[in-house]
Design a protein around this ligand. Structure first.
Ligand SMILES: [Zn+2]
Ligand SMILES: [Zn+2]
Length: 367
């Protein structure tokens, strides 16, 4: 069931070397016997015994929702410590942190414990009157009663991407501004002093850009073909948010869907990269979670100085800057207004709600 005890002591938490799944920890009550580790429950039997190794030694650990085993958990929920006695005198320590998918997180926030357990039973293929159902109801009641405020975003999962339209960029930006002031804890690089406030200020002033499919493919191809470090790019505006029609693939961060920038002075630029999510969600769940979290998840923040290596998360931005400087990409000077905005949107948002298009410049002689 839950594998969330792993998040309490990251250096000591164990995962299976064979399948890269976090393992449940079992400890006897007096703590004398060494802990034992088991795979979490799932609907199909495991075909191997767990081979425990400290999770910190593994890359790309498979994380699933601690409630329903969904492959795309989105938030970490905190509770009081939850334990259960099991026959033979052992105590299963479920810990204080739980990975939750969008649907389970919404159920917990709205105290819908019956729906929470119902989804888990369907996904895990337990009947409603089984012993497992009884145990899950008790566990979920304990979680519901022990909920603590505050949430953390899980940003390392490769979610199916929801489709975007350029007209959705203003709402995407507004939700990001709200996220910076929200209860959600963000990745470590964004929790450095002053970064959330700087990003909120910058996004409010950001000019919005949409790189169409051809431009996205050119940026993607240039990123993989040009290994040379790039210098600090000349950016079209001091604050910007750019979404690609087709996500970029980067070595360390998997798929990236958007980048924002803040020009601090002549030498330094704050860069944040984002990942889209929600392509796997039914529209009702997606809309509810977008109201709460937004459309994009900030994955990493970095400060770009004069040289950028190929593995730098700011590289998509430097490639964009150099392609504009070389005349391969152009930016429309007649932005598309966002018709869904209220009439006073320009006053609320200094960056405005118009979207500039980034396009490939046709080669000379071509039509
Ligand atoms: Zn395994
Ligand atoms: Zn779930």
């Amino acid at each position: 069931m839950s594998s969330s005890a792993r998040q309490e002591m990251p250096g000591q938490v164990m995962a299976c070397r064979i399948c890269r799944t976090p393992l449940n920890t079992y400890q006897d009550t007096d703590g004398i016997e060494p802990a034992s580790y088991r795979h979490p429950h799932r609907s199909t039997a495991w075909d191997h015994q767990p081979d425990p190794v400290p999770m910190i030694e593994l890359d790309d650990v498979t994380i699933s929702c601690d409630f329903c085993s969904d492959r795309y958990p989105l938030v970490v929920v905190g509770t009081e410590r939850i334990t259960s006695a099991i026959p033979g005198g052992d105590i299963h320590n479920f810990g204080t942190t739980w990975a939750a998918c969008a649907a389970c997180a919404l159920d917990l926030d709205n105290n819908r414990l019956t729906q929470l357990t119902g989804r888990a039973l369907r996904r895990l293929r337990f009947s409603r009157d089984s012993r497992e159902a009884f145990l899950l109801r008790a566990l979920h009641a304990g979680v519901g009663a022990g909920l603590r405020p505050g949430r953390a975003l899980i940003t390392g999962v490769r979610w199916p991407r929801a489709l975007y339209r350029p007209g959705e960029l203003p709402a995407t930006r507004d939700h990001l501004v709200e996220l910076m002031g929200s209860r959600y804890r963000l990745p470590t690089s964004l929790e450095q002093p002053g970064i959330r406030a700087e990003l909120a200020m910058s996004l409010q002033q950001a000019t919005l850009y949409w790189a169409d499919l051809k431009a996205s493919i050119l940026i993607r191809r240039t990123m993989s073909s040009d290994p040379a470090p790039l210098s600090c790019p000349a950016l079209p505006t001091p604050h910007g948010l750019l979404l690609w029609a087709k996500p970029l693939v980067t070595g360390h961060h998997g798929l990236l869907d958007a980048v924002s920038w803040t020009v601090r002075d002549d030498q330094t630029i704050g860069v944040t990269v984002y990942r889209a999510f929600g392509g796997n969600l039914p529209s009702s769940t997606r809309n509810a979670i977008r109201d709460d979290i937004g459309w994009l998840l900030p994955v990493q923040h970095t400060t770009l100085t004069t040289q950028v290596t190929t593995s730098d998360p700011a590289r998509p931005l430097t490639v964009l800057g150099s392609l504009i400087a070389q005349g391969h990409l152009s930016i429309s000077t007649d932005p598309t207004p966002d018709r869904s905005s209220p009439p006073n949107a320009e006053r609320i948002r200094p960056g405005g709600s118009s979207v500039h298009r980034v396009r490939v410049v046709p080669a000379a002689g071509s039509r």
